[in-house]
Every structure is written in structure tokens, then in C-alpha cells.
Ligand binder design. Structure first.
Ligand code: GLN
Length: 478
């Protein structure tokens, strides 16, 4: 049976047309038959089936929780008590979580089934999933292409039908860009909507848990279940239990966009065409388009890579070979434990970022780089506060085109960093943003549009994305 969204699935469960066990078995079968895509680092087969039986009994007894039987995969940087978590890094090999992330607790409270942990770029650093210590993930639509990153496993697993939905993390686009490349919906909320407790930190002032699924409606529902205040994360300030489900009331909206980005010379021609068609449709439906150019945008990538690497260099100092996971086998003193473990067990991209981050924070360079980048971040934030007072959403591309071939950018870090040009903005300014598939290109590869909302206006963003984007439902068949 094809998964048609949570509401339909729940109807089918209640009517006895399917069972949670049957769905979990179907997902597991799919995950195993597609194991060459390398999306899962581990499947929790038996545990998922046992939980499925318990949820089936509940459903038979008439209890349906919001996510009953929804099969979810979690990115390998989200802690789940007594389960392995490695951030796709050798340095955390063998490490088991001592507690569950708040998002995991809330998934379980709402009846979801956690199927396994999903491959990603090491410590969520990357845009192609080629930085995993456990090998790259392949794009289910074309296995010679990347699935995007860093939450590549999370996007591929949903696209290939091995789970209904998944969790990723988004520091600079790591949920939205892979969602775009794999033809699924991917969303990062307003900074402060979802707790980061139990998430392996990369750049704490940017990191948010993001949600991937097949429809905007499902993503909004799952987000409503996991979002809201948490005593374990003081930056998480949104109220609990807020219903973010899209409503359609025939309203008209004010949609900001940048003509420069929507006509960007680097955009793939077919994507450009579909973005134009989107804007035209908005006008035809009576919505107002507000063209705005944002000159500061040229600084988004440099500012992101200065601030994110600075925060990463500090966050990753805890991996010393002393605590957590692995220590280099040849370490025989305090100094060699630190040096050998960090040199041999962190991958090259993580080491590059630690060095870059340490450099921009060092005395003598701090003001020139870190201090200045903070000021530009503030300018961008203020700019977007003003735009969002006037407009309901900001529409922009998610990526410049479809997924690129494996290996085509991995030797050029700068080319890879430019992958994030349209996604880092939402993280820099802390606003919610969602990527929705709009079309496929001439080779059948998915293309997407991105809709960014105002601060804590995630519900309005969902509503507008749901109503305005004529989203394609991906039809991936192995
Ligand atoms: N691709 C970006 C980076 O490598 C974003 C990563 C992320 O969002 N986790 O930093």
C-alpha cells in the first residue's frame, strides 16, 4: 500500500484496511531492499515491530494518538536512550546515548515508531552526504547523484518509502537542500520552536531540528507534536501544543521575493521556468507580489561560514578521546590522546572547520572576522524583521538546480559551500523556511521552491506553502 499521508493512513488503520505491523514490515522490506543507497546506519527492526504490535492493540481499543503508527527515521545526530549515535563520525563509534532527545521523547509520546538512525555528513557538516565516515548516501532518483546534505539519509529514506517521515537537523540548509534533491518536503522551524536538547551540537545559534515528509500537512502535524517549551533548552520558547496545521480560508497573501534570485544566472533553466510560473500563478490567484532586493545577501555565505565554524570549533572541543566513543589506539599520554584521537578520528571537513573556527576566534583576528560577521548577521536580521512586518512570506529557490553527480564537488570545498547560498539565510536570521517539490527536470529529477516565514509564523508559512505551491507528489519507483 502506498503511504498517502497521516490522515489517510489513520483512516485505514481505524477501518482495519492495514495495520501498523504491516506498515513497519513494508518499510523494513524497503529499507533492506534499498540498502545499497546507504541511507540507514542502523535499523531497529525488532524493537520497531514490537512497538507496532503495541500500537495496533491501542488502535483496536479505540485509541489513536496524533502520530500513532507513523514510521519515522532519525538522523544520526539525535540521541535515543540506549541506542548508538555517532554523528556519522569515527570519533563517536560505539557510543550509546544516555538519554533521549526531547524530540525523540515527544515522537514516542505521540505514538510514532522509530525505525532506525539515518546516515548524514559527519557532525552535520556538508551539503552532499559525502562527508560521512560510513560512506555516502545515494540519491534514490538517480544513484549517480548525491541526495544532498547533511541530512541526506533522512531525505533519501523518505523518498524511497522506507519510512513515512524523518527528522534531520538544519544549521545552514541541511534539511531543505536534501529534501529538494530527493523530491520531499523539508522544513526548518523558527529558531526556538523545537528543543535542541539531545541533539549533537554543530553551531548552536543556528541549529534546529527539521522535519521531512511527503506533504506539508504531515510535516506541520509532526512539527506541532514535537515543538514547544522544554526545561532542558532555554532557547526553546514557543508554546507547547500549538496547532500548526495549514488551514485554507481563501485568504490572499503578500509574497516578497527577490527578482535577482528568482532570475539568478546560475539557476537551472527548468527550475527558473517553474519559479516564474509560480510567481505568475500567485498573481493570477490574487496574491500581491513584493519585489525586494537584498544587497547584504552577498555576505550570507561568508558570514555563515565564519560564525558556524567558530561555534563548531568550540562545540567540538569536547571530543578529546577522553569522553565519548573512541580513542586512538596509539595514544599513550594525555597529549597524544588528544592529538591522535582528534587528528585520526575526525574527518577532513570537520578538521577544516575546527581550524577555520579557531582562526576566526583567535586574538588579533576576532574583531576582523567574528565580530564583523556578527554585525552583518544583525543587519540581515533587522532587514528581514522589516520585510516580514510588511509581507507574509518570502519566496526563493532552495537550490540552483537538481541534485549534482557524486564526486563532482567533493574536492572543492568552496563550490560545496556555495550550495547553501539560498538556505543559510533562514538560519542566519532565525526564521522558519520550508522546501516543497514543484516539478521535475528533463531527466526526471526533482526541483523545489523555498518559502520563508516570519518569526514564529510557522503556521502561516505552512498554510501558504500548502495552498500556493502546486507540489508534485514524487513517484519514485526502484
Ligand atoms: N551545508 C551546510 C554546512 O555544511 C549546512 C549544514 C547544516 O545545515 N547542518 O555547514
Amino acid at each position: 500500500m502506498v503511504f498517502e499521508g497521516i490522515a489517510t493512513y489513520h483512516d485505514q488503520l481505524v477501518q482495519g484496511i492495514t495495520t501498523v505491523r504491516a506498515e513497519v514490515l513494508r518499510c523494513l522490506e524497503r529499507a533492506h531492499s534499498q540498502s545499497h543507497l546507504n541511507a540507514f546506519l542502523e535499523l531497529f527492526d525488532e524493537e520497531a515491530l514490537a512497538r507496532a504490535d503495541a500500537i495496533d492493540l491501542e488502535v483496536q481499543a479505540g485509541t489513536l494518538r496524533k502520530l500513532s503508527g507513523v514510521v519515522v527515521g532519525i538522523k544520526d545526530n539525535i540521541c535515543y536512550e540506549s541506542h548508538h549515535v555517532s554523528a556519522a563520525s569515527s570519533i563517536l563509534e560505539g557510543f550509546q546515548s544516555l538519554y533521549s532527545a526531547t524530540v525523540v521523547e515527544r515522537l514516542l509520546e505521540n505514538g510514532a515508531i522509530i525505525l532506525g538512525r539515518l546516515n548524514c555528513d559527519e557532525f552535520a557538516m556538508g551539503s552532499s552526504n559525502e562527508n560521512s565516515a560510513y560512506g555516502p548516501v545515494l540519491n534514490p532518483w538517480n544513484t549517480s547523484c548525491v541526495p544532498g546534505g547533511s541530512s541526506g539519509g533522512s531525505a533519501a529514506a523518505v523518498a524511497m518509502g522506507a519510512c513515512h517521515m524523518s527528522l534531520g537537523t538544519d544549521t545552514g540548509g541541511s534539511v531543505r537542500q536534501p529534501a529538494a534533491y530527493c523530491g520531499v518536503v523539508g522544513m526548518k522551524p523558527t529558531y526556538g520552536r523545537i528543543s535542541r536538547h539531545g541533539i549533537i551540537a554543530f553551531a548552536s545559534s543556528f541549529d534546529q531540528v527539521g522535519v521531512l515528509g511527503h506533504t506539508v500537512e504531515d510535516v506541520a502535524l509532526l512539527t506541532s507534536c514535537i515543538a514547544g517549551r522544554d526545561g532542558m533548552d532555554s532557547t526553546c520558547t514557543a508554546p507547547r501544543g500549538e496547532n500548526l496545521a495549514p488551514e485554507s480560508q481563501g485568504k490572499t497573501y503578500k509574497i516578497a521575493y527577490s527578482p535577482g534570485w528568482m532570475n539568478h544566472p546560475s539557476l537551472h533553466p527548468s527550475l527558473h521556468q517553474h519559479l516564474e510560473a509560480f510567481l505568475q500563478r500567485c498573481v493570477e490567484q490574487g496574491h500581491t507580489l513584493v519585489p525586494i532586493e537584498i544587497e547584504e545577501m552577498d555576505y550570507a555565505i561568508p558570514v555563515y561560514y565564519i560564525l558556524a565554524t567558530a561555534e563548531a570549533s568550540s562545540n567540538l572541543s569536547r571530543y578529546s578521546g577522553m569522553h565519548y566513543g573512541k580513542r586512538d589506539d596509539h595514544a599513550d599520554s594525555l597529549e597524544s590522546t588528544l592529538k591522535l584521537s582528534r587528528s585520526n578520528l575526525f574527518g577532513p571537513e570537520v578538521q577544516r572547520r575546527i581550524m577555520l573556527g579557531t582562526f576566526v576566534l583567535s586574538e588579533g583576528y576576532y574583531d576582523a572576522y567574528y565580530g564583523k560577521a556578527q554585525k552583518v548577521r544583525r543587519l540581515l536580521k533587522e532587514r528581514f524583521e522589516r520585510i516580514m512586518q510588511e509581507c507574509d512570506v518570502f519566496a526563493l529557490p532552495t537550490t540552483v538546480g537538481p541534485a549534482f553527480p557524486l564526486g563532482s564537488k567533493s574536492s572543492d570545498p568552496l563550490a560545496m559551500y556555495l550550495e547553501d547560498q539560498f538556505t543559510v539565510l533562514a538560519n542566519l536570521v532565525g526564521l522558519p523556511a520550508i522546501s516543497v517539490p514543484i516539478a521535475t527536470d528533463e531527466h526526471g529529477m526533482p526541483l523545489a521552491i523555498q518559502i520563508m516565514g516570519g518569526a514564529f509564523e510557522d503556521a502561516l508559512m505552512f498554510e501558504i506553502a500548502d495552498r500556493l505551491v502546486d507540489s508534485i507528489r514524487p513517484n519514485y519507483v526502484s
